[in-house]
Design a protein around this ligand. Structure first.
Ligand SMILES: Cc1cc2nc3c(=O)[nH]c(=O)nc-3n(C[C@H](O)[C@H](O)[C@H](O)COP(=O)(O)OP(=O)(O)OC[C@H]3O[C@@H](n4cnc5c(N)ncnc54)[C@H](O)[C@@H]3O)c2cc1C
Length: 445
């Protein structure tokens, strides 16, 4: 039987196991942690995530989309909360389009169940990858409980062990001419669980992603299935309005009371819950090559990004679709599959990182800016009239399978056009939906 090894049973590793099993491989998956199905899955990073079209496509390709739909909450737009507590709503796309809030642990556990169900995939826990022979498809492991060391050899190996990948660090980084960069942004994040109301109902509209944009920092909230919301505060580590200023209960209490007053009303005990989740950092990791010999990197191990477009997991899931298509195209000649995978996909790994950084600024600085909102309104109006000529950037990224690299290029062009057109008309506020503006955009395309 054909054999494959996967290092890391996170989101991408467990989905990729389902794919490989479908292709007839006997799959062994080695995971550093204990089985999350028996553990406290809320520990660690983001408790829930936004799943969008690329992710759904990858799940549907192996017929597991419907299993995940059972635990997904649609979010049709953003609701912005002003300092005064006023709410404004912006739809994400057209009628019927939505992104979906899913539980990281829930999705991961479902995919693990599905992968193991047919008996040809097995997950081994408390197994730390400590090295690899990339050329010959050998992975070196240590059992974190017994300290026993083992090695496993297979036809192909996949490193899906996340942003701080051990395969990448212990093996790829030893290859001559391997390029690698890791850049932390100035902001970190802390999660806060906003509980359900006493009667189990949601304290906020569950079908929207809530944002409290405050210039250099912001709070967001996504609904969980049990009536609660997972909220995340993104802000700089240092400086004015930073995590370093929120070191006492009193400071936290005061900060929320004055900055997020409507949130504070729902959660007056925020200071007590402040330390329930760790303060974490955010980085972009770029590297190349992504494949060597019998081994390939996928997901965050290849292209970890900051979470501001909600695309890290979606992009990792799309890696699976791309790799799968290439397996069919090259009849599982892995040398050819790996070569095309990395040349085709690397620009899109870069693209999703550029897009995520761009949206970091959009969400933090612009979603409350009237000019930005007007620009988006004009774009949406124009796009409705000329769908063949203009698909807004957010829709390209979230509601299409257009390559990330192309979306990023088109998005930059669109932005330049809009800046030119908006500067042309002093009274753009009042004539934004006029033929004049429409023609000015058409002239720039
Ligand atoms: C705050 C935050 C919010 C996010 N929000 C979104 C969102 O809304 N939408 C979205 O699409 N993406 C989002 N992301 C990104 C998403 O979390 C990642 O892109 C996704 O988890 C990548 O999946 P992965 O399987 O590649 O890596 P991971 O999910 O990190 O899985 C890696 C696995 O490898 C294991 N491992 C690590 N080291 C070893 C080792 N030495 N040996 C064996 N196993 C090992 C780990 O234990 C883990 O199980 C967010 C990220 C953050 C930080």
């Amino acid at each position: 039987m054909k054999t494959a090894t996967i290092v890391g049973a996170g989101l991408v590793g467990s989905l990729w196991a389902v794919y490989l099993e479908k292709a007839g491989y006997q799959v062994k998956i080695f995971e550093l942690r204990d089985d999350i199905r028996n553990a406290d899955i809320s520990a660690g990073k983001s408790i829930n995530l936004a799943l969008s079209d690329r992710g759904w496509k990858a799940l549907d390709t192996v017929n597991i989309g419907d299993d995940i739909r059972e635990i997904a909450i649609p979010m049709t737009g953003r609701i912005m909360h002003s300092v005064k507590g006023e709410l404004s709503y912006q739809p994400y796309g057209k009628e019927g389009q939505a992104i979906y809030s899913v539980s990281r642990g829930g999705v991961n556990a479902k995919m693990m169940d599905i992968a193991e169900k047919n008996g040809n995939a097995k997950i081994y826990y408390n197994q730390k990858c400590i090295g690899a022979d990339l050329k010959n498809g050998i992975v070196y492991l240590e059992n974190t409980l017994t300290k026993e060391k083992t090695e496993v050899k297979s036809d192909v190996v996949f490193g899906t062990d996340g942003a701080f990948s051990a395969i990448r660090y212990n093996a790829f980084q030893k290859i001559d001419r391997f390029n690698y960069s890791q850049n932390y942004i100035n902001d970190g994040y802390r999660e806060i669980l906003l509980p359900a109301n006493a009667d189990g109902s949601y304290p906020l509209d569950k079908n929207a992603l809530h944002i409290w944009p405050r210039g250099k920092f912001m709070l967001i909230a996504l609904a969980n299935e049990d009536g609660s919301f997972t909220c995340t505060l993104f802000m700089p580590f240092e400086g004015e309005n930073s995590f370093e200023t929120l070191t006492s209960k009193e400071a936290v209490d005061n900060f929320f009371k004055t900055t997020f007053a409507d949130f504070y009303e729902m959660m007056p005990n925020i200071a007590d819950a402040w330390e329930d989740h760790p303060l974490s950092s955010l980085a972009i990791v770029r590297c190349y090559p992504w494949t060597y010999g019998k081994t390939a990197l996928m997901g965050d191990a290849a292209h970890a990004t900051v979470p501001f477009y909600g695309q890290g997991m979606n992009c990792g899931f799309e890696d699976c679709t791309v790799m799968w298509d290439l397996m069919q195209k090259h009849n599982e000649d892995w040398d050819k599959v790996f070569e095309e995978y990395q040349t085709l996909r690397k620009p899109d790994g870069d693209g999703v990182q550029d897009l995520s950084l761009h949206n970091y600024h959009v969400m933090r600085d612009f979603v409350g800016d009237p000019n930005f909102l007007l620009q988006k309104k004009i774009e949406a109006h124009f796009s409705q009239k000329h769908p063949d000529k203009w698909l807004p950037l957010y829709s390209q990224v979230t509601f299409s399978n257009i390559r990330y690299s192309e979306a990023w290029k088109t998005g930059q062009k669109q932005d330049a056009i809009m800046k030119t057109v908006m500067a042309k008309f002093e009274n753009i506020d009042s004539i934004w939906d006029s033929e004049e503006v429409e023609n000015a955009i058409l002239a720039e395309i």
